[in-house]
Design a protein around this ligand. Structure first.
Ligand code: DGL
Length: 266
């Protein structure tokens, strides 16, 4: 495998850009190939089988593009399609966004009651409580599905009155009472980090996958001697072009991006 081959990163839409951005700032020599499956957004409402099929096809596309690693920058796909992708691409490093977070939570001594918010599919999969409890039985996990948030963000509502009203309505749910940390178990949610933080009167540790996953990727690439020497241009693909995506992507990735539409992978 050539070290200078790109890292493939995919999500249903714009959310995985939070992960791409963290990778770019930690590993500036890496070339990124980003894939947003906008045609099938939101993944959180789809069946397990459908998400596995979408993910498999994207992984094959990224493999054809010679990616040296595939980052599943989506909690929903990470929770139900990680094994599918690993089986499909046995010779490529596959990284999900859940394990690095579980590791961080279970290795810190101060976590007692942790909240998890994510899409319906992620929360119904029970993946966070299962993984956390398999390592540390003493941590209590309180989960809540917050299905409107990803679509709300995708539509451009980040830090305004609308997002505030919806976020507050979810976070006041008794299901999340008494938490001392909150996992943002959807890669879209760092984009509304401030609104979430503002809900809590007390200091609360809000954990998102982006920087944690980037650190994990650095470790894997170092270990496999796959760190790139020189970056090529980053590339961005979507399955359904939308101007709003291009604008938001520019805003969140912090540089001009050109979206290429691919329609033939599904
Ligand atoms: N960004 C995604 C996640 O982390 C998916 C949101 C969606 O498409 O429903 O789960």
């Amino acid at each position: 495998m050539n070290k200078d081959n790109p890292i493939g990163i995919f999500d249903s839409g714009i959310g995985g850009l939070t992960v791409a951005k963290a990778i770019r700032s930690l590993l500036p020599h890496e070339s990124l190939l980003y894939f947003g499956d906008t045609k099938h957004l939101p993944y959180g409402e789809k069946s397990v089988h459908a998400i596995q099929e979408f993910s498999k096809n994207i992984a094959l596309f990224l493999k054809q593009k010679n990616c040296k690693m595939i980052v599943i920058a989506c909690n929903t796909a990470s929770s139900v399609a990680y094994e599918t992708i690993k089986n499909e691409c046995p010779n490529i490093e596959i990284v999900n966004v859940i394990d690095p977070i579980v590791k961080r939570i279970t290795t810190s001594n101060d976590t007692k009651t942790i909240g998890v918010i994510g899409t319906k599919r992620t929360i119904n999969s029970d993946v966070y409580p299962q993984k956390i409890k398999s390592i540390n039985q003493n941590i209590s996990v309180k989960s809540l599905a917050t299905p409107l948030l990803a679509s709300m963000i995708e539509e451009g509502f980040f830090n305004d009155k609308i997002s505030q009203a919806i976020v507050h309505n979810y976070l006041k749910d008794p299901a999340l009472e008494g938490i001392d940390k909150l996992i943002l178990a959807c890669t879209h949610y760092p984009l509304i980090h401030e609104v979430i933080r503002d809900f809590y009167p007390q200091e609360i540790d809000i954990i998102d996958s982006a920087s944690q996953v980037a650190l994990h990727i650095k470790d894997v690439l170092t270990d496999k001697q796959l760190l790139a020497n020189q970056s090529q241009k980053h590339r961005f693909y979507v399955t359904d072009y939308a101007l709003s995506f291009e604008k938001s992507a520019k805003f969140f990735f912090g540089e001009d991006i050109h979206l290429e539409e691919v329609s033939s992978i599904h």
